[in-house]
Write a protein that binds this ligand. Structure first.
Ligand code: SF4
Length: 318
């Protein structure tokens, strides 16, 4: 045991068969369809919403659903209805984590989505997607690529999301996508109180977005859950946040055991932070929303009780 939330050795990979690939999801007033070509994720983010009690090896064992493209194709062939909501790639794993270099399942699933003219949006924290730049570029009219970037600060990234590439590397890839005409967004999610919610932190990310040609930027505060709280306590200690645990208990009004499924941070605290973020976004002439061509359905714009907020960081596993 490493004493961390993940094993420090490289994750193990295993192929498995999936019965179905395309699933509905609902998050804070947004609904849509999603595909997850992998189960588990080696990006190892402390705040990950996709980890579940039944998946204790989530960070250290990645299952590749080796028949995902074939199953997806069958499901789309027999799709009932003349239209389909935009599909999220992916909701419970990063579809462009390193396992993709070995298995190539995401690339093949995207090719299937394109074959059936399905609009899709990718959520990733990876630079590996660069391999598929040309694939997405050819489909730019019907896709949207979003990078979830919580920090441009290397010291913080190494602690809270040690399996991801540095922001500098990701923004270099984003620039290639925007230069190629692919619609690109950045999801500043989750914003971690006392860690990434300072003006300095938020400005750094939003400035990088502007420089990289990103048009769509949005974000949301970290939501707390029992297992996330355990990992965040450790991350706060590793980051040396003064009095971090006690201040988090105040900000999240934590009473153990935590109420399920999620606890939002104190409303006033969260609103101040997200208001600042959205001011920064708007002052740089960026759009705090999805582009129309891939907008998820049934958007409940009152869900955040403030400026439009999207929160699509991975939330469920299949
Ligand atoms: S938050 Fe996303 S990228 Fe990070 S470990 Fe979870 S699934 Fe992977």
């Amino acid at each position: 045991m490493s004493g961390l939330w993940y094993d420090i050795s490289a994750p193990r990979y295993e192929a498995k068969q999936a019965k179905s690939i395309i699933h509905p999801f609902a998050v804070r007033g947004y609904t849509g369809m999603t595909i997850n070509p992998y189960q588990g994720c080696q990006h190892r983010c402390a705040y990950c919403y996709a980890t579940y009690e039944w998946s204790p090896e989530f960070y250290d064992k990645v299952y590749a659903k080796s028949n995902a493209p074939e199953v997806l194709e069958k499901e789309l062939q027999s799709w009932k209805g003349s239209t389909i909501n935009p599909v999220m790639v992916a909701s419970a794993t990063d579809a462009y984590q390193p396992a993709e270099l070995k298995y190539g399942l995401t690339r093949r699933c995207v090719q299937v989505l394109q074959k059936y003219n399905v609009p899709y949006y990718v959520f990733t924290k990876s630079a590996i997607i660069e391999r598929d730049l040309e694939l997405h570029r050819r489909y730019a009219h019907n896709c949207f690529v979003v990078w979830s970037i919580t920090t441009a600060n290397e010291r913080i990234r190494r602690v809270v999301e040690p399996g991801t590439p540095p922001a500098e590397r990701i923004f270099a890839v984003i620039k290639k996508f925007t230069d190629a005409g692919v619609p690109c967004g950045v999801n500043v999610d989750p914003i971690m109180p006392l860690v990434t919610d300072t003006d300095e932190e938020l400005d750094a990310v939003v400035d990088c977005c502007k420089e990289a040609g990103v048009k769509y930027v949005f974000g949301a505060m970290l939501r707390m859950r029992e297992d996330i709280w355990d990992r965040m306590k450790l991350a706060l200690r590793l980051l040396g946040i003064p009095d971090g645990e006690r201040r988090y208990r105040q900000i999240y009004e934590i009473k153990e055991p935590l109420a399920k499924p999620y606890i939002a941070c104190n409303k006033e605290y969260g609103k101040k932070v997200t208001d600042r973020l959205y001011k920064k976004i708007e002052s740089r002439g960026l759009c705090p929303d999805f582009p129309d061509h891939v907008r998820p359905q049934d958007i409940d714009r009152s869900c955040a009780g403030q400026t439009t907020m999207l929160s699509f960081t991975e939330t469920s596993s299949d």
